[in-house]
Design a protein around this ligand. Structure first.
Ligand SMILES: [Zn+2]
Length: 363
């Protein structure tokens, strides 16, 4: 074979490879890629949780759905559900309490949510604390704080109101006095504070919700927000704080453990974070065993028996390669692994830890 022949044969092979690769990948965008797993693995069906469940993090603010919520709760074995939508604004909490109580006397608990838009008013903290007290008299059983504190609410000086702003002190103190907990959702997943580029592990999610990104000069860092929250927890040792979304740092359980070691009045809940916990199942399982008295169950998902069942499967079984998307929404492109928690730990997470906190209620 001549040199020229060899060259043309090589060229043909090269062209064939190029044609095949183009046909396989040319038109498919990564965002359209929906791979179907070929893994043949155990899939445990759980209809109801092993113990009665208290869901500490739900949103029942669309009051017309309250009865439907109760039906879904019954299907999945959920005993009580906390709604965090008892807004102070326009006294919405009153209507919320009335509707919840009319559907069920004891299955719904409503948390009061202060009206941060009044931050500039003199005596803001004292006034909202007074309103909180009235709400508790009517049946409210906790306080909810949202991430707009630290990331969205600005006062008349144009500055973001930080979580440890002293104007809020009367509210935290009132919670201790009344014996009610604070469900505190501060900051967001770590990926929301990093650039929205090819390295971002939540690119799909942020791509469809660009307003969820808190990366940039106009926002404080996640660390600053969490430090401010921890200063509040330290300053108010008699107030119970439940850190929503696993204390806002499920990506780093070592640090969450250090917080729990440092602040005896701090708890965490698992809502909307099984996707983070379940991708580090060995560490997460050890964490649940060690801090079994400090973790609460929550979902933060529209009430749906199937979503609850996914949480139960994650906590109760050793199933592998579980798609967590139906439990909340797409939160990164990865699968999760069950924690197969022992019964004693499960019962604490499902209800005992929450009951212990609600038992402090002094109303
Ligand atoms: Zn929520």
């Amino acid at each position: 074979m001549t040199y020229m022949h060899k060259r043309s044969n090589l060229l043909i092979v090269f062209l064939m490879i190029t044609v095949v690769l183009t046909a396989q990948t040319g038109d498919l965008k990564l965002l359209d890629w929906q791979p179907v797993s070929q893994m043949v693995v155990k899939e445990t069906k759980i209809v109801k949780a092993k113990f009665p469940v208290i869901d500490i993090h739900s949103h029942l603010g669309r009051l017309e759905n309250t009865e439907k919520y109760l039906e879904e709760m019954d299907k999945a074995g959920v005993w009580k559900c906390v709604s965090l939508d008892g807004k102070s604004k326009d006294d919405f909490y009153k209507e919320h309490l009335k509707v919840s109580q009319s559907v069920s006397e004891d299955r719904f608990l409503v948390f009061f949510r202060p009206d941060m838009s009044k931050i500039n008013e003199p005596n803001f903290g004292v006034n909202e604390a007074k309103k909180l007290e009235e709400a508790v008299k009517l049946g409210a059983r906790g306080l909810k704080i949202w991430k707009d504190l630290g990331l969205g609410i600005k006062d008349k000086s144009g500055k973001l109101v930080t979580v440890d702003d002293p104007r809020l002190d009367p509210i935290w103190a009132k919670c201790a006095e009344l014996g009610i907990p604070v469900e505190i959702h501060i900051a967001d997943p770590s990926a929301f504070f990093t650039p929205l580029d090819k390295y971002n592990e939540r690119y799909d999610e942020l791509g469809s919700h660009p307003d969820w990104s808190f990366f940039g000069d106009e926002y404080p860092s996640k660390e600053e927000i969490l430090e401010a929250r921890n200063r509040v927890i330290k300053k108010h040792p008699n107030t119970i704080f439940i850190g929503a979304h696993f204390g806002a740092l499920p990506e780093n359980l070592k640090v969450v453990g250090e917080w729990l070691d440092t602040y005896p009045n701090f708890y965490v809940d698992i809502d909307a974070r099984i996707s983070e916990l379940g991708r580090q199942p060995y560490t997460a399982r050890r964490f649940f065993l060690k801090y079994q008295d400090r973790i609460l169950f929550g979902t933060d998902t529209p009430c749906d028996a199937e979503a609850y069942r996914l949480y139960f499967r994650f906590l109760e079984t050793d199933d592998e390669y579980i798609d967590p998307t139906p439990a909340h929404k797409l939160q990164g492109r990865w699968m999760i692994y069950g924690l197969y928690l022992p019964d004693e730990v499960l019962e604490k997470v499902y209800n005992k830890n929450a009951l212990k906190i609600f038992d402090r209620f002094k109303g």
